[in-house]
Design a protein around this ligand. Structure first.
Ligand SMILES: [Zn+2]
Length: 68
């Protein structure tokens, strides 16, 4: 039996199929956001957290590129 929230398979940019509520997929599309699997979402959150930390330290991404 299906629950009250139908699930929709959505393709993540990494090629993984992820199960999402149809409403979530619709809302993301309305916002122009891409669908992400749990792994990509965790990765993105970690990257955003890192860039936020750099921002607080006063280091820009350009400076990071120069260091590498
Ligand atoms: Zn993914």
């Amino acid at each position: 039996m299906f629950g009250p929230y139908p699930k929709n398979k959505a393709l993540c940019i990494c090629g993984a199929l992820t199960d999402l509520d149809v409403e979530v997929v619709k809302r993301k599309a309305d916002l122009g956001k891409r669908v992400e699997c749990a792994r990509c979402r965790n990765k993105r959150i970690a990257q955003e957290h890192e860039s936020l930390e750099r921002h607080f330290l006063g280091i820009t991404d350009e400076e990071i590129d120069e260091m590498q």
